[in-house]
Design a protein around this ligand. Sequence first.
Ligand code: AHM
Ligand code: MG
Length: 340
Amino acid sequence: MEGLGITVTEHLLIHQKQIPMATGKFTRLMGELIFAAKIISREVNKAGLVDILGLTGEINVQGEQVRKLDEFANHVLIHRMKQSGQLCAMASEENADIIEVPDNMPKGKYLLIFDPLDGSSNIDVNVNIGTIFSIHKKTSDRTYVTVDDFLRYGSEQVAAGYFLYGPSTMLIFTTGSGVDGFTLDPSIGEFLLSHPDIKMPESGNIYSINESYTCYWDDTTRNMVNYFKSPDNHLGKPYGARYIGSLVADFHRNLFYGGIFMYPADTRDPAKPRGKLRLLCEAAPLAFVAEQAGGAATDGSKRILDIKAEELHQRVPLFIGSKNDVARATNLMNGGDGSL
Ligand code: AHM
Ligand code: MG
């Protein structure tokens, strides 16, 4: 297969050489992130064999039960990335506050935001889970870091992507000039370029949503979902339904097969409609990947990458996937008939 044999490090170095002012710091940052992901991948792969499964009984900042592998992945990322020398601070889905690199450690200009183990409800049943990451450059001149440094537009991301721990471990990422996919060859411990320049199909025939929450949606959302299920839609037949319950895995399938993933707002409190997924560590990084692969992502009306975060753990409704499917859903969410 074309490209097989190029390691992710070689790939990063080739791209680094194409940027005249590049210092190699981003490449080193990615190298450290990849190393951390290899450690997580190793633990995920042996999770069924050792006593690492199960709940710790603690509740994370999102009010959800934390599982042991979540804690492990979070710890590995924080511990390794602190020492990378390229970061000034991090933010994790599992931590209420930002994590600053201590003064006694070398610091860099980058900010890293991550969901250490997305899809954690699937850990105990050997279903795909992943690590989602987003990288920004610190723009303020302050010598210290505050939450404000993280409250940015998704369009300002320097890089974003995810590691998928599935039958194979994969790395999918973008630095703003297309999307490349790498597969971990466990026999040599290297990610090899397996999917260069990924393009998401412009339209798909899969819709992916947790439909048991129909009762919590508003009428517009119900009508929108009914469109995809209707034999009278533009396909002339209902879309197929697929829902893994790991955003990263549902997104990954749609990246290759096409289709749309939706997590609409819960409108039980009409004054405060509420998405579940987090803007900074889930929606924005996947939106960057989607757009760079030719897809799209909105919150039902606005492009995800045009939303400026107001809180570190802000949640948003998410409609992400093939360009035309997201356009149809967004059109329907705004009173249209789903036509493009
Ligand atoms: P997590 O980051 O705690 O795992 O939560 C996010 C996950 C997504 O991976 C997935 O798409 C969604 O939550 C599933 O939620 P639900 O069970 O409400 O359908
Ligand atoms: Mg998570």
